[in-house]
Design a protein around this ligand. Structure first.
Ligand SMILES: C[S@@+](CC[C@H](N)C(=O)[O-])C[C@H]1O[C@@H](n2cnc3c(N)ncnc32)[C@H](O)[C@@H]1O
Length: 208
């Protein structure tokens, strides 16, 4: 499978975590170039939102679904000195490792219990992960557990997921005082260079 559109299609249609890991393992070496050609905007937009809410002294920061480290590269340039990466794909993490931008790499799956203690992170950023065939709203719960009180979680979310349960879950969390929706970009297209890309949004949650 050479073509980025086919790889994206396979990623969106994955049904099991093993499938998604396999798709990204095979894609890892050409992912950065393919996403650059697609005009991929999630890293820039999520970083802009993060810097609005998180001081650069924040540490540690978790890049959840870090992939090859596109966001880690920018976080380092922006001055965040302790960022850790988590991803389900060993192949993507191998590419990230070569960039020497993360303090630690964790091969683990969002959606279940993550290998971190409660309140471990000052901030969490996750881009391109809460989307079709990847991780649904169930992946949010353990991020809430590992983010410290007062910490911030920045997520991009495919708008289809937002409309079909995600926004309702956030409203419940706000109603119970667990966190506040502190930013919401509204819908934008994450890959303007890829025909048929449906909208996503980027939100920030501030933990109580
Ligand atoms: C579109 S890429 C985004 C990577 C990176 N955040 C970026 O913006 O370039 C999606 C990433 O999510 C990872 N992923 C998918 N499902 C996952 C899961 N359940 N747990 C952890 N990572 C997952 C994939 O392996 C892949 O690296």
């Amino acid at each position: 499978m050479e073509d980025k559109t086919a790889r994206l299609g396979a990623a969106y249609q994955a049904e099991k975590p093993e499938d998604i890991a396999r798709v990204y393992d095979a894609w890892a070496e050409s992912y950065d170039q393919d996403m650059s050609l697609a005009g991929y905007r999630h890293p820039a937009i999520s970083l802009a939102i993060l810097t609005r809410h998180v001081p650069k002294s924040a540490a540690p920061v978790l890049d959840a679904g870090a992939g090859t480290g596109l966001i880690g590269e920018w976080l380092k340039i922006a001055g965040y000195s302790h960022v850790e990466a988590l991803d389900i794909s060993a192949g993507m993490l191998k590419v990230a490792e070569r960039k020497s931008i993360y303090k630690a790499l964790h091969e683990a799956a969002l959606g279940g219990t993550l290998p971190f203690a409660d309140d471990s992170f000052d901030a969490i950023i996750s881009a391109g992960v809460f989307t079709s065939g990847h991780v649904g709203v169930e992946g949010l719960d353990d991020l809430l557990r590992i983010c410290r009180p007062g910490g911030v979680i920045v997520l991009t979310i495919k708008d289809k997921l937002w409309q079909s349960g995600f926004s309702q879950r956030i409203a419940e969390l706000e109603a119970t005082g667990r966190c506040v929706l502190s930013d919401d970009t509204g819908p934008y297209v994450s890959m303007p260079g890829e025909a048929g890309t449906t909208p996503s949004r980027c939100i920030a949650l501030t933990m109580a």
